[in-house]
Design a protein around this ligand. Structure first.
Ligand SMILES: Cc1ncc(COP(=O)(O)O)c(C=O)c1O
Length: 366
């Protein structure tokens, strides 16, 4: 039996909508981009949404919209996909890392508090909702009331805290539609959500060659980028979004099955599974074990695809080593990179596939 780690859905309706807009609308800035933005904004209960070309651009343009650049310092964690840190570097601001909390796989709040006290020119913080586990933005705000908070929710579409969806608690929130994510647009894509009109207009302008919003086509008020979402991708995205709640529910069901099946395994640390306040949007089911590579090979031989997200913490990637970071700087993130293994939790798994994963993880450890 083969069990893929991710399986992006592409229904007939998604294909026909993509086809329809390719015939009826301009390839860029078509009406359907606006429809997808409004529906996504409605889903996360945000006042504004701006569709962009990738999750990386969603983070980068959020920083630009917030006026972050040279002379600023932005905090994030090295336990993330490298794009989070790259987006900061590309603005000219300086990235400062804060280690991860292994219980939540998100930024360590105590260490964040110390960092905030120490950094003089702190402008922004980018917490990462890794594997769909949302960071409590209220806590970050209490720690750093003056910093702009940009949530990297690239893996957390539909997660919520105290009943409120991820998407409005931070000043700006960035989502990715990369094909393995909980929803996609049939290729690269991203979304920025915010309750601030000013920030949304600045982000939209940056994504659209710096165009002035509501002015003539060749009026440009800033140096912008070409980072818009294609119309056909928005057509696919708006159909994907309709399925997201039901897909996330299935992900949760599978995660709960894994948690009860693996609870007694001594050699395994289980992922945070949420509580009465926190509802994750399971992206992968990520366990930690110091027999990670052995387990991954064992499962591969049983047809089960696993992944390591991510094998190198960002501070030890070459461009960040060049900034002076070295081994030992963020021990928890280094441990995280050595121990994590992502198990499939996508909604298209059959019960038989889920049971196949459970019985093989159990047989490996027993
Ligand atoms: C945590 C995180 N941040 C940023 C990104 C960047 O998104 P994209 O690949 O759409 O540029 C991703 C996705 O790959 C991600 O998982």
């Amino acid at each position: 039996m083969d069990v893929p780690l991710a399986l992006p859905a592409m229904t007939e309706k998604m294909r026909s909508e993509a086809d329809r807009v390719l015939n009826d609308e301009f390839f860029l800035r078509g009406e359907t981009v606006g429809t997808f933005e409004s529906e996504f904004a409605k889903f996360v209960e945000a006042e504004h949404a701006v569709a962009v070309s990738s999750g990386t651009q969603a983070i980068h343009l959020s920083l630009k919209a917030a006026g972050i650049g040279e002379g600023d310092t932005v905090i994030t964690t090295p336990a993330t996909f490298i794009a989070t840190a790259n987006s900061i570097q590309r603005t000219g601001a300086e990235v400062k890392f804060v280690d991860v909390d292994l219980d939540t796989y998100t930024i360590d709040l105590e260490k964040l508090e110390t960092a905030v006290e120490e950094i003089e020119n702190l402008s922004a913080i980018i917490p990462v909702d890794l594997y769909g586990y949302p960071v409590d933005i209220e806590k970050i705000r209490n720690i750093a009331p003056d910093a702009t908070i940009i949530s990297d929710a690239c893996q957390a579409h539909g997660a919520s805290i105290r009943g409120k969806k991820v998407g409005t608690m931070a000043d700006l929130t960035a989502f990715s539609f990369y094909p393995s994510k909980n929803m996609t647009v049939g290729g690269d894509g991203g979304m920025i959500t915010t309750n601030s009109r000013e920030l949304s207009e600045a982000a939209r302008s940056f994504a659209d060659v710096g165009r002035s919003i509501g002015e003539g086509e060749y009026e440009h008020e800033r140096i912008g980028y070409t980072a818009r979402m294609d119309t056909y991708k928005a057509a696919i995205g708006k159909e994907q979004l309709k399925h997201l709640p039901e897909w996330n529910e299935r992900r949760t069901d599978i995660a709960e099955k894994y948690t009860s099946a693996f609870d007694t395994l001594d050699e395994v640390d289980l992922p945070p599974s949420g509580n009465e306040e926190i509802t994750p949007a399971w992206y992968f089911y990520v366990i930690r074990t110091n027999r990670r590579d052995e387990l991954s090979e064992y499962l591969e031989n049983k047809g089960i695809e696993t992944g390591v997200h991510y094998p190198t913490p960002v501070h030890l990637q070459p461009p960040y080593r060049d900034l002076g970071y070295e081994e030992g700087d963020f021990p928890r993130s280094e441990q995280w990179a050595n121990e994590v293994l992502s198990l499939p939790v996508h909604p298209h798994l059959t019960d038989e596939q889920v049971n196949h994963v459970i019985s093989n993880v159990n047989s490996f450890f027993n």
